[in-house]
Design a protein around this ligand. Structure first.
Ligand code: GLC
Length: 446
């Protein structure tokens, strides 16, 4: 939403960052990307002083909705007094997510760890008076959840950072390289603190659009992070020096052809805690969006925005729990799978087992009667309903004896097997999936 407030001039560089792997070859990172490809679901956490008044994270002062002074007053109200990181981690686990990405520092420059390089941190400048990251990362890892660090490259508070408010900058980095260098030393120093203290499994950079790869020293940063931990994954917001792409809020309609991608999405319309925003997505909406992402070979990074005391809004808890129950029921159809068959064969999302011998069909809404699959060359050994194992019958319609074009598979789906959100069917095939992709000519290659 806030993106609409940005000037058009900012849009182009943002689109450019869609080419995350421009500077890395897929083969060189394939191995370390495997857990990410298998994980499918991550939980994003936006927690910071903006939750005190429930205003837009960082953007509220940048866009002059409130003054910088009023924004920073929120430091005094950040208590974390009901913060139970083990409960957060347990909820994340329950959602089915296999990784979590926590804001370590947003564009406002407020660090959530005890930074030796700045007083602007939760430990030194708020009543919470402690590093809130250590217990969370420990709790996540105890649950077997990979721990990711969101880190804003932008730091609108730092006196040597050029940009500040939307219409007032401090200076031009190109004209004062010495001053820019002071910022670089600071930001690279803070990065090092996070790297050394938490050794993130994944780095989620943000804000790269304000400077070029050269200015951010992206090559050096990538080297430093992967030098420290060769398996760490870097998102696509390091000016084309990342490992995967990060479409934000906007759902791709045609299948992205990047090797790895992740849709980051809010549950209401905001990243951080915003009690005035009650436009929550329903569990059904979140589940269908998630299934669509997985079907297209992507992940979903679903955001929650806890209140300043550490309470996660009830509506968000509910979405995570409902999603979790659905994930648990249909786990084999979702996790450790690969992207499904191309559009046109089935009206809905699909996934495939890694060996491509099981095809999973995701049925949106209530299906009363039959669903149909087109162009399936294989014979079907068995069709079962995911989560309850009931076997279903099917018939092949319109198979012409003298043509190699496969008939249409119609599967009977009785009302009593329907999932409250999305029913999933598992089709066990007689071998690796083979599809007829022709235009209906009687030879398979037509
Ligand atoms: C945008 C916003 C930021 C938010 C992020 C999450 O880049 O600048 O406020 O944290 O998206 O994807």
């Amino acid at each position: 939403m806030k993106r609409f407030l940005l000037s058009v001039a900012l849009v182009l560089p943002m689109l450019k960052s869609l080419n995350a792997q421009q500077h890395t070859t897929a083969d060189s990172i394939r191995e370390k990307m495997q857990w990410f490809a298998d994980a499918k679901l991550g939980i994003f956490i936006h927690w910071g002083i903006y939750s005190v008044n429930g205003v837009d994270e960082s953007w509220s002062f940048h866009n002059r909705k409130i003054s910088y002074t009023d924004y920073m007053q929120q430091l005094k109200g950040f208590t974390a007094k009901n913060y139970h990181p083990e409960e957060w981690a347990a909820l994340i686990k329950e959602s089915g997510a296999r990784y979590a990405v926590m804001t370590t520092k947003h564009h406002d420059g407020v660090a959530l760890w005890d930074s030796k390089l700045s007083k602007l941190d939760i430990a030194n400048s708020t009543p919470a008076k402690r590093d809130v990251l250590t217990p969370l990362y420990n709790a996540l890892r105890q649950q077997g959840i990979k721990a990711g660090a969101y880190f804003s490259l932008i730091d609108w508070s730092y006196p040597d950072y050029p940009q500040f408010l939307k219409d007032s900058s401090r200076y031009d980095a190109k004209k004062d390289p010495a001053r820019w260098q002071r910022f670089l030393n600071f930001y690279e120093g803070q990065l090092k603190e996070v790297m050394q203290q938490y050794n993130p499994d994944l780095w989620w950079f943000d804000g790269d659009w304000e400077h070029s790869a050269e200015e951010w020293e992206a090559v050096k940063i990538r080297k430093m992070l992967t030098g420290h931990n060769p398996n760490t994954i870097i998102n696509g917001r390091l000016q084309a020096y990342g490992d995967y792409d990060t479409p934000e809020q906007n759902f791709p309609v045609s299948r992205p052809h990047y090797n790895w991608w992740e849709l980051c999405m809010t549950i209401n319309n905001n990243w951080g805690y915003h009690p005035d925003d009650t436009n929550f997505k329903t569990p059904y909406e979140v589940i269908t969006i998630f299934a669509d992402a997985v079907s297209n070979g992507g992940n979903m990074l679903l955001d929650i925005g806890p209140a300043e005391d550490g309470t996660i809004p009830a509506e968000e808890v509910n979405v995570l729990k409902e999603l979790g129950a659905w994930n648990k029921k249909h786990a084999p159809a979702i996790f450790n799978t690969v992207a499904g068959i191309p559009a046109g064969h089935f009206y809905g999302p699909t996934t495939l087992s890694k060996d491509s011998t099981t095809l999973y069909l995701f049925l949106a809404g209530n299906v009363n009667g039959q669903v149909m699959v087109k162009g399936l060359v294989n014979n079907i050994k068995k069709i079962s309903v995911s989560g309850n194992g009931q076997q279903l019958t099917h018939k092949v319609v319109g198979k012409i004896s003298w043509s190699a074009v496969p008939g249409l598979v119609y599967i009977d789906v009785p009302a009593n097997v329907q999932d409250k959100y999305m029913t999933v069917l598992a089709l066990e095939l007689d071998g690796k999936i083979k599809l007829y992709r022709g235009k209906g000519g009687f030879l398979t290659n037509e």
